[in-house]
Design a protein around this ligand. Structure first.
Ligand SMILES: C[S@@+](CC[C@H](N)C(=O)[O-])C[C@H]1O[C@@H](n2cnc3c(N)ncnc32)[C@H](O)[C@@H]1O
Length: 176
C-alpha cells in the first residue's frame, strides 16, 4: 500500500468514544508541522480531539520535550495544557513503569525494537480489551507495506487492523 496523508487520530478517538488515558510516544520535535493543514503534531491532535483525556507524551531527547512544550504552550489553553504530562524518558522504560489502563497507545518514536518491547510491556498490564493502538511511519524502510514486526506482535497479542493507510495502522482487540 502506498503512503497516504490521511491521518487516523480521529478514527482512533471514535473507536474509544471517551478516551481518558493516551500515550503519545515521540514528542513534537519540530516547530514546523509535518503536514500543514492536517494533523502532524500528534500531541496537539490528541489534545484537541480528546478534551477529557490525560495525554502522556514521551521522548528520550530533551530537545524534543522542550520544543513540544513550546509548541503546545503557544497553541493550547491553560486548561488543555494542564492535561498534558511531559516525560523525558525512553519509551520502553516509560511503558514498563506505567501501570494505568491505556485507552490509546500511539507509536511515533521508539523505532522498531523499542516499539516491540514497549508494546509487550504495555500488553502485560496496561492494555485492556477496549484499548486502541495506532502505529505511525509504517511505510518507512523497515515497515514496508505495513508489515513491521511490531504489527505482527500486535496481531499475536489479539489485536486486529481496522484501518491501514500505508503510513498509519490502527488496531483494536479482536474480541470487540
Ligand atoms: C517522528 S518524531 C515524533 C513526532 C511527533 N509524534 C509529532 O507528531 O510531531 C520521533 C521522536 O521519537 C523520539 N524517540 C526515538 N527513540 C525513542 C525512544 N526509545 N523513546 C522515546 N522517544 C524516542 C525521537 O527523539 C523523536 O523526537
Amino acid at each position: 500500500m502506498g503512503r497516504s496523508h490521511e491521518y487516523l487520530f480521529e478514527d482512533a478517538k471514535n473507536l474509544c468514544i471517551d478516551p481518558r488515558v493516551i500515550i503519545d510516544l515521540g514528542c513534537i520535535k519540530s516547530n514546523h508541522p509535518k503536514a500543514p493543514g492536517s494533523y502532524g503534531w500528534s500531541t496537539l491532535a490528541w489534545a484537541k480531539l480528546c478534551p477529557m483525556a490525560i495525554i502522556h507524551t514521551v521522548d528520550i531527547d530533551p530537545r524534543a520535550v522542550r520544543v513540544s512544550k513550546g509548541v503546545l504552550g503557544a497553541r493550547l489553553s491553560k486548561g488543555e495544557l494542564s492535561r498534558i504530562r511531559f516525560h523525558k524518558e525512553d519509551a520502553v522504560r516509560f511503558l514498563k513503569r506505567f501501570s494505568q489502563e491505556i485507552d490509546i497507545l500511539y507509536f511515533d518514536g521508539p523505532g522498531e525494537q523499542g516499539s516491540r518491547e514497549g508494546l509487550h510491556a504495555a500488553a502485560s498490564k496496561s492494555l485492556q480489551l477496549s484499548s486502541v493502538i495506532l502505529f505511525d511511519d509504517c511505510d518507512l524502510p523497515e515497515g514496508k507495506d505495513g508489515r513491521r514486526p511490531v504489527i505482527a506482535d500486535a496481531l499475536s497479542l489479539g489485536f486486529v487492523t481496522v484501518k491501514d493507510t500505508g503510513r498509519q495502522v490502527l488496531m483494536i482487540r479482536e474480541s470487540l
